[in-house]
Ligand binder design. Structure first.
Ligand code: LMR
Length: 403
């Protein structure tokens, strides 16, 4: 029994992380997994989160009891508000069913199960080419099919909007489309507002089911409302239900606390949220009973205590501006070094990542020769750059490109 279980390669990103940890070279640089690092390359507990934790420690009512199956209600409610907007008509009209999830991946999993169980129009989930690697298995594991739509124009390092729209048009009506709400992973390239309108109109015309994956709200522009613009526009103009997978791992820096939510927004005049919530609760019960409490309690505080909310919004600016500064520093150094190629895309992309355009072999060389770790598709987590290592990274890229 079990002797036939085959060994499979480890997850590429987590394997990269463990190679980085084992590397004993003092000048090593981690540009792998998308996790924010401070100016010294260290994990950063957001000041707002530190304050929230203090409040929890001081609260005589704090305990480690089970949460309800739908999660910590103050968190779930505030999470829906921050993504849909304080004045959301969908929320006012009670057209939103929400549930706490195991961060973004757990939310996608629940979305996949919900689609598999209740969406009869299609079993094909369209993902951007390229997309976050885990998008494929998270849907496929539930028996859904995946396909890709055009996104990245490799030659011009820009959005291939023409083929993107064609692919929406050509997909069978009622297909499922996964859209990155902002700070596209891995390219760091988001559609402009005009392009978003074209995308949303095409989705509407073809009766597709949109799923917004929102893992970086506040990380792209530093502004929560800006980063939810496309999603909120979708809620305003689309006539289909909208699925939203929301993570607080990055924007609250609570990666390991697995804090997220799944929202089903129903179209105007539909009213089945209670039934949908009951099904989502039953899924949760059968899989992990009820969600983890600590991260949800922390995030509820930063979302709802006014002084902490102000601090959190400042923390988002601190993170997004530091990343932007490093983008500029890296681009400028590459220009100074006269490194072959154009590097402006590093500055034009936003969010945690830059899709550098480095080839697989250049990436491998950076790791073996220069102790710089990034994903093999050339994606660099810009958060791993700081003023102490950016020069080493620029010189190493220069060397690898010329090699
Ligand atoms: C990433 O893309 O690096 C992050 O979303 C971490 C992960 O789970 O892959």
């Amino acid at each position: 029994v079990f002797s036939e279980v085959p060994l499979i390669p480890g997850d590429a990103l987590f394997a990269l992380k463990s190679r980085y940890l084992k590397d004993t070279r003092a000048h090593k640089v981690d540009l792998g997994i998308g996790a924010y690092r401070d100016e010294n390359g260290k994990p950063w507990i957001l000041p707002s989160v530190k304050e929230a934790e203090k409040l929890l420690q001081q609260d005589p009512e704090f305990n480690h009891e089970y949460l309800p199956l739908n999660g910590f209600a103050p968190f779930v409610e505030a999470a829906a508000k921050v993504i849909l907007g304080e004045d959301s008509s969908a929320l006012k009209e009670e057209r939103v069913a929400s549930i706490q999830t195991l961060s973004g991946t757990g939310s996608l999993h629940l979305a996949a199960r919900f689609i598999k169980t209740f969406y009869k129009q299609s079993e094909t989930v369209y993902l951007s080419a390229p997309t976050w690697a885990n998008h494929f298995p998270v849907f496929e594991v539930l028996g859904l099919k995946t396909a890709t739509y055009s996104y990245w124009d490799d030659v011009n390092k820009s959005l291939d909007i023409e083929n993107y729209l064609k692919d929406i048009e050509n997909a069978p009506k009622g297909s499922i489309f996964v859209l990155h709400a902002c700070a596209h992973n891995p390219t760091g390239l988001d559609p402009t507002r005009d392009q978003w309108i074209q995308i949303l109109e095409a989705i509407k015309k073809n009766n597709h089911l949109p799923l917004f994956d929102s893992a970086y709200q506040g990380f792209a522009s530093g502004n929560l409302q800006n980063d939810a613009w496309a999603l909120q526009k979708g809620v305003e103009i689309l006539e289909s239900p909208i699925l939203i997978c929301q993570s607080f791992a990055k924007n609250a820096g609570v990666y390991g606390e697995r804090t997220g939510a799944f929202h089903v927004v129903l179209p105007k005049n539909s009213n089945n949220t209670k039934a949908i919530s009951s099904q989502l609760a039953a899924f949760t019960r059968s899989e992990f009973s009820n969600p983890p409490a600590y991260g949800a309690k922390v995030v509820a505080k930063i979302l709802t205590v006014p002084e902490l909310r102000i601090q959190w919004e400042k923390d988002l600016i601190t993170m997004s501006q530091r990343i932007y500064k490093q983008r500029v520093a890296l681009r400028d150094l590459l220009v100074q070094l006269d490194t072959p190629g154009n590097w402006d895309h590093i500055v034009n992309q936003q969010g945690m990542f830059s899709f550098t355009g480095l080839t697989k072999s250049q990436v491998a060389r950076l790791e073996t020769e220069h102790a710089i770790y990034l994903a093999s598709n050339g994606r660099a987590s810009v958060a791993g750059l700081n003023e102490h290592n950016v020069e080493h990274v620029a010189k190493s890229i220069d060397e690898a490109v010329r090699f």
